[in-house]
Design a protein around this ligand. Sequence first.
Ligand SMILES: CC(=O)SCCNC(=O)CCNC(=O)[C@H](O)C(C)(C)COP(=O)(O)OP(=O)(O)OC[C@H]1O[C@@H](n2cnc3c(N)ncnc32)[C@H](O)[C@@H]1OP(=O)(O)O
Ligand SMILES: CC(C)C(=O)C(=O)O
Ligand SMILES: [Mg+2]
Length: 610
Amino acid sequence: MAAVTTAYATTSKSAANPALKPNLTRQFPSFFKPSLALQRKSAAFPQIRAAVSRRPEYIPNRIDDPNYVRIFDTTLRDGEQSPGATMTLKQKLDIARQLAKLGVDIIEAGFPASSPMDFKAVETIAKEVGNNVDEDGYVPVICGLARCNKDDIFASWEAVKHAKRPRIHVFIATSDIHLEHKLRKTKEQVVQIATSMVTYAKSLGCEDIEFSAEDAGRTDKKYLFHILEEVIKVGATTVNIPDTVGYLLSREYAQYITDIKANTAGIENVVISTHCQNDLGLATINSIEGAFAGARQLECTINGIGERAGNASLEEIVMILKTRGKEAVGGLFTAIDGRHIYMTSKMVEEYSGLLIQPHKAIVGANAFAHESGIHQDGMLKNKATYEIMEPADIGLERTNTAGISLGKLSGRSAVREKLKELGYDVNDEEMKAIFPRFKSVAEQKKHVTDADLVALVSDELFNPEVFWQLKDLQVTCGTLGLSTATVKLTDADGKEHITCSVGTGPVDSAYKAIDLIVKAPATLLEYSMNAVTEGIDAIATTRVLIRFDNSIVTNAVTGQKTYRTFSGTGAAMDITVSSVRAYIGALNKLISFEKDSAVKGPTRVLSVKQ
Ligand SMILES: CC(=O)SCCNC(=O)CCNC(=O)[C@H](O)C(C)(C)COP(=O)(O)OP(=O)(O)OC[C@H]1O[C@@H](n2cnc3c(N)ncnc32)[C@H](O)[C@@H]1OP(=O)(O)O
Ligand SMILES: CC(C)C(=O)C(=O)O
Ligand SMILES: [Mg+2]
């Protein structure tokens, strides 16, 4: 079927939506100083401004506006637990900065005791993002997860204490099945451990303590009320009710919150939180129903990434409350600046390597595309016929009227201007890398589309620290014999390395040649390719997943041993070049991880006397 070309539509088959553009600048000053376009938008939609400016003062254990819902983002902790989503320190810091632009109330930056690298990431985010107070007094709380033991809690505190608003998040399982088979403890032992560990967290000087009853969704309610009462008594300020295995239906989850409110002594002095996993596809709606029943902190991740089937998705929760909160969810609202959603989603997609399905709510490529005639007809007559949200609300604008058309005669200023319009405020250094790539595409294509440009820029800007870079590539392939690839790479010092290899096809031979140069202990696990735009001159994006053969991770919950994996993405008109860029991106991530792991970890904080 042909691409749709109404004033509103886009190519629904494409990985990106070329008719829509991110409405943000990478260094957008603050959502209190919106650009002219945003000011116009805010005037037309007063609820946007109101929502952003109505954030109540942050007090750990209470929220003075009864309708305000805190957004707790755990992309960097639960999100990173998705297989293959391991991120480097720099990537985590970028995401944390972007989450602060979004205005999330709490950033769970990691699990400091799980590795020296995670400790370093949380500590860095606490120092850099956790102290960046804006003119309105907003600064996100920086939170670190800890099991109920002193080493974990001490590590968490050592990492987060640098933030203006530090939080320790302690958890322990409370369901019979976890008590019996995983923790091998009695109910009273677990209450005793939980209370003594919350007390310990408080003794370190932390005044913002979240307690999670892991697997609360399968926990005997009387016992749940009891343990919550006890941790509240000793200083927990937020109590989280995770449906760890995504088991409960919405009405059952809401009933848990209602019952906790009605039966737990002291509950009125703390904030109740939801944490819904998506095993049955119910994470978002269960979080919303939890809020309707009285929870005022919702834990979620960008694009819904997370352990197994993922977590509740931040963009869905935020847009549900924005679109229906007033009339259908008791007037509940958040202070998230939705205009940063699209950019944040793109960044998490690139960094985690977890691609967004085209029909994903809010941020999928098709979320605002209208393909069928009757819908297009309705849209042309009145957008409200088929759209319940404005694309601009998540940072997208329709660009059919955009003035600048890029081609091979365009210079740096036009490209820079266009990028600015698309939301990327690139610096001179970044421009140096992007411009030659733009030129080489423009020389082969009559018209470089917005989607082409976004793919190139994402490939350049969202890539991990560069240790190896592709300089040149030549392949021969066909039916006459084995494919041969000659690859020239530059290392971190700019030194060139050339080698060639044969393989079963052009990608295989190129990857083998790269392996001969880089010599990383990696195994290719997955490879996929998509066309960003349509036609023979489309830009191809490749995603690869590689296994780090020297890094075995043990899952604390299942005890299962797995290899650490890294993803990489690449974009180019030539499919072999795109494939090579993706592979080198993944290898750079692996090398960066290896380097970060070698950072001297806080050995001292990992061994406190119990
Ligand atoms: C529902 C969730 O999302 S929970 C968070 C999951 N995240 C992670 O696991 C992060 C990655 N994990 C890791 O790097 C490692 O598992 C570590 C570093 C955290 C722990 O590693 P290890 O010390 O080697 O322990 P291992 O993973 O083998 O087992 C977990 C241990 O913690 C115990 N444990 C699990 N949860 C808790 C808890 N909340 N409080 C106290 N102890 C706990 C288990 O009972 C087990 O103890 P045991 O060995 O005495 O039986
Ligand atoms: C650590 C807890 C909050 C968790 O992620 C879960 O129970 O799913
Ligand atoms: Mg979870």
